[in-house]
Design a protein around this ligand. Structure first.
Ligand code: HEM
Length: 270
């Protein structure tokens, strides 16, 4: 019997054909794992092509740092990390907290501490974190003061720092009332009364904090709004301005470094 001629294979649809080799891969040998490794870079490139944000990120992060910087220079970043940790743990606490002065606030905190999964841990992080942030902000302020970083041209950053310090204290003060137990209640009455003794604005300030002449449900709502909305927003905005100025003006060299440079300069002049 005569053999029939072999028919040519039908053409493969274009969707099933092998893709053309990619640049940098002339043999088409990249495995799916290679593609996965590149995926992150491709996403960053995709966003950067449309926003040009990498320039701003490079300007912020790749700065010249003077000789002699040391661990004391990390205190500002440590404070910022404490703030971010407070923001994250605070969001989780806010999912359960009720600013209800007739027992609801205390009950919601008791529920978080005793019944919610990891509730005691997150509450502990927020509570201890607040003390850590206050300590760090003072240490960072001490570093900038003793290294002379408040002088020209960084005066404005010092002033922004002072406002950040006050806002950090306001966060601690307003957060203390929120559990609405005996300690929180009486400690806050003492704090509000101390504010009331301030000159000129003292009585207005204590009236504002109480939400009237009496300490009660409005006081709790007011402290909650200040603690949750007003001050965190201001802190975030001012930390942004603070960091912008740090990147723009550069970091101050340690005082002994400056002294050394001056001595070197004098020697070179002789
Ligand atoms: C929420 C509070 C604060 C945060 C998150 C913060 C963050 C930072 C960071 C990340 C830096 C750069 C790194 C460093 O020098 O440590 C910095 C620098 C600086 N901060 Fe703060 N800071 C805060 C509060 C303060 C306070 C209370 C002051 C002073 C009253 C202050 C004054 C300064 C000054 C003058 C610099 C420039 C330092 C230099 O040029 O060497 N900051 N801050």
């Amino acid at each position: 019997m005569a053999r029939r001629p072999k028919l040519p294979a039908p053409p493969v649809p274009s969707a099933l054909q092998a893709p053309p080799p990619r640049p940098g891969d002339p043999n088409g040998k990249l495995t799916p794992a290679d593609h996965a490794k590149e995926a992150g870079a491709s996403v960053v490139d995709w966003v950067d092509e449309r926003t040009s944000l990498s320039g701003a990120a490079r300007w912020m992060m790749f700065r010249k740092v003077p000789k002699g910087t040391n661990w004391f220079y990390t205190l500002g970043s440590a404070t910022m990390f404490a703030f971010l940790s407070q923001a994250v743990t605070g969001v989780f606490l806010a999912m359960y907290y009720r600013p209800d002065a007739s027992g609801g606030a205390y009950e919601s905190i008791r529920h978080v501490t005793n019944e919610v999964f990891l509730g005691q841990f997150v509450r502990g992080m927020h509570k201890w974190g607040s003390s850590v942030m206050v300590i760090l902000v003072f240490l960072h302020m001490g570093r900038t003061f003793f290294f002379g970083a408040y002088k020209y041209p960084r005066e404005l950053n010092w002033v922004i720092g002072v406002v950040l310090l006050i806002l950090t204290m306001v966060m601690s003060f307003t957060g203390y009332l929120l559990p609405f137990d005996q300690r929180a209640y009486w400690a806050t009455i003492v704090g509000v009364n101390i504010n009331g003794t301030g000159p000129l604005i003292g009585p207005y300030l204590s009236d504002f904090l109480r939400g009237g002449g009496e300490f009660g449900a409005t006081t709790l709502s007011r402290f909650y709004a200040i603690h949750m909305l007003l001050v965190p927003g201001l802190l975030a905005a001012l930390i942004g301005a603070h960091l912008y100025l740090v990147a723009k003006l550069g970091t101050t060299a340690p005082p002994w470094q400056k002294a050394e440079s001056r001595a070197e300069l004098r020697e070179s002049e002789v």
